[in-house]
Every structure is written in C-alpha cells, then in structure tokens.
Design a protein around this ligand. Structure first.
Ligand code: SF4
Ligand code: SF4
Length: 106
C-alpha cells in the first residue's frame, strides 16, 4: 500500500504554517527563506498558507491526486510533526473532498 500522503497534500493547502525565525536558512536554519515570510521578529510563515484558500508555496502536484513537498528535507517543524490520520489531517482531507484516514495506522 502506498502512503496516503503521496496522493493527498491536503494539509499543505489548509492551515497557516508558522514556525520560529531560527528555522529559516537566513537565520542558520534549513527552511529556504525564499519560500517563507517573516511575520515578526520571532515567527516565519510558509508563503501561501495564510491565503483565504491556502496553498503552501512549496507544495508541488495536484491535491488529491499526486502531491509532494518541494522542500521535504528542509521543511519546518510543524510539517515534521503533522501526523497522517490525526484529527487535523482528517479535517484537511474532508475539506478537500477525501475520506478520513483511520488513526494510528501511518
Ligand atoms: S492531510 Fe494527512 S494524508 Fe494528507 S498529506 Fe497531510 S498528513 Fe498526509
Ligand atoms: S513546507 Fe512542505 S510539508 Fe510544509 S506545508 Fe509546505 S509543502 Fe507542506
């Protein structure tokens, strides 16, 4: 069975993605700063995630068909901590017309 995230991407087009400025490569971190914007002296945000219809600037592909993070190795901590099958995951999936996943399987 292929991992459900590979044909999803819904979370990358549902939520605001904020993280510490120290995660940006301009501050010694790894997230490419060209794909993020500084919100204030403490917080950066992935570009595109605060739109009325959010879509992270790093997301490639088509949601619900084939999707991938263009900066997977360098993605910020909220993306690393986001769990497939969690309540938030399923909220995003339902929002994009996909079925919920069973918790604890992925
Ligand atoms: S919404 Fe859930 S299944 Fe879809 S990409 Fe995000 S974590 Fe994976
Ligand atoms: S950085 Fe990657 S994993 Fe995080 S929201 Fe953007 S596309 Fe999704």
């Amino acid at each position: 069975m292929t991992h459900p995230c590979l044909s999803c991407g819904a979370c990358c087009a549902s939520f605001r993605v904020d993280f510490s400025v120290h995660e940006c490569d301009s501050n010694g971190g790894r997230v490419p700063s060209g794909l993020a914007e500084e919100v204030n002296g403490f917080t950066c945000r992935m570009r595109g995630t605060d739109y009325a219809r959010p879509r992270c600037a790093a997301l490639t592909g088509t949601i619900g068909q084939q999707a991938a993070c263009g900066i997977y190795e360098w993605r910020p901590s909220p993306c690393r901590e986001f769990a497939a099958g969690s309540e938030a995951c399923n909220k995003a999936r339902l929002r994009h017309g996909m079925q919920a996943l069973e918790a604890g399987l992925y």
